[in-house]
Design a protein around this ligand. Structure first.
Ligand code: PMP
Length: 420
């Protein structure tokens, strides 16, 4: 019996997060035993070049010695106190120092918690219930945000899940990504207090926001007095050191962060201007809490990673060059084989589409050939290259990935392209 079959006897679907079950690409997921640098190793002794990197956090790859050391040192002092620790201040300072428009932060344990809490805070501040989200953007699985979500929710065709009461989602208005007219219509339709968006959408593969569109979004929120939330759970510290802020220079009212600021440990956070954040408990009336929030081991891992990123800002250019090289190689081979192919690269993130057009929104993304993606995935995996098990996810480059790794990936795609 494979570990996947055994797991299904005890764990629903054999996994603790749906996309890991490989449902949309077929086959059984390998069970991972360990990772080192750019590679992971499964329980059968297979080695894979890892383009997932735990879905983003591991910018320096698996088992980076400095992050590992920080975790071990923290564990020696105790794993959790449920009481304030200094390392929370240290990480807060490191994050806030990078963003002039973010004055206070609150740490949580996942991206889902970060966006859910940010929405509650925005509603509490504006006293308005309606929110706008965008088709294809994923903000975790809290009830009011599980509407036309990308990522796993898109893969499984469950735009709004059973178990979410209609009453909970009737305040969620859906707009089209990169389409300001659809946003205007939502503002006219409802009493909108808040807009949440991934400025660099990484849950419908990778679709960056158009600069003009994001600028107009900022203006329309100002006009209506609505709070603009940038969900940078994936793009923060990944697309560049300061995420979308480095790329567009747009100041959101609240920014949510996630996995990347935990260096591979479970962390999320949301940050904003003092006047907004001080509405949060215990200073203000909007309630939010967490037993393991600000966990010292997770904070120490995040602190080690952020310090290393700040000390080596040049890595982003290098990661982007590698991502571009990979995508240009894939594009060339696709052309040779008559395969429709388009791609996006933003810093260390890449996304590609078996699609004749480069998608600008979720409708466009949905025209991509997902059957071909599944064939691509299976064949690359069998050759030792671990890509996301869904066409709706983003790929990630890490610093230990070298030119030879990228070339080997391109060469393998060359070999399998005829068969997909
Ligand atoms: N927001 C974004 C943009 C995400 O990509 C994700 C997860 N991929 C989440 C929120 C939810 O984070 P988590 O899985 O840690 O709850």
């Amino acid at each position: 019996m494979s570990l996947f079959q055994e797991a299904q006897k005890y764990i629903v679907g054999g996994v603790n997060s749906p996309v890991r079950a490989f449902k949309s690409v077929g086959g059984e997921p390998p069970f991972i035993e360990r990772g080192k640098g750019a590679y992971i190793y499964d329980t059968e002794g297979n080695k894979y070049l890892d383009f997932i990197q735990s879905w983003g956090p591991l910018i320096f790859g698996h088992c980076d010695s400095e992050i590992e050391e920080a975790i071990i040192e923290a564990v020696k002092k105790g794993t959790s106190f449920g009481a304030p620790t200094k390392v929370e201040i240290d990480l807060a300072k490191e994050v806030l120092e990078l963003f002039p428009h973010l004055e206070l932060i609150r740490f949580v344990s996942s991206g889902t918690e970060a966006t859910m809490s940010a929405i509650r805070l925005a509603r509490g501040v504006t006293n308005k219930d309606d929110i706008i989200k965008f088709e294809g953007c994923y903000h975790g699985h809290s009830d009011s945000l599980l509407v036309s979500a990308g990522s796993g929710a898109a893969t499984f065709g469950v735009p709004s899940s059973p178990g979410v009461p209609k009453d909970f989602t009737k305040h969620t208005l859906l707009a089209k990504y990169n389409d300001i007219e659809s946003v205007k219509k939502c503002f006219e339709k409802g009493d909108v207090g808040c807009v949440i968006i991934e400025p660099i959408a990484g849950n419908m593969s990778l679709v960056p926001g158009n600069a003009e569109f994001l600028g107009e979004l900022r203006e329309i929120c100002n006009h209506y007095g609505a709070i603009l939330i940038f969900d940078e759970v994936m793009s923060g510290f990944r697309a560049s050191l300061r995420g979308s802020y480095d790329i567009y220079g747009i100041e959101a009212d609240i920014v949510t962060f996630g996995k990347v600021i935990g260096g591979g440990m479970p962390v999320g956070a949301f940050a904003g201007k003092k006047e907004i954040m001080e509405k949060l408990s215990p200073v203000g009336p909007v309630y939010q809490a967490g037993t393991l929030s600000g966990n010292p081991v997770a904070m120490s891992a995040g602190l080690a990673q952020i310090k290393k990123l700040k000390a080596n800002p040049e890595i982003y250019k290098d990661l982007e060059n590698k991502a571009k090289k990979l995508m240009q190689g894939f594009e060339h081979i696709s052309k040779e084989n008559g395969i429709d192919f388009n791609y996006n690269v933003v810093g260390s993130m890449f996304g590609f589409f078996f699609n004749s057009k480069l998608p600008k929104n979720f409708d466009d993304v949905n025209k991509s050939d997902t059957k071909r993606y599944a064939a691509f995935h299976n064949k690359m995996l069998n050759n030792g290259f671990y890509f996301a098990p869904s066409a709706y996810e983003t790929g990630f480059i890490c610093t230990p990935m070298n030119e030879n790794d990228i070339e080997a990936t391109i060469n393998t795609y060359k070999q399998i392209a005829k068969e997909i």
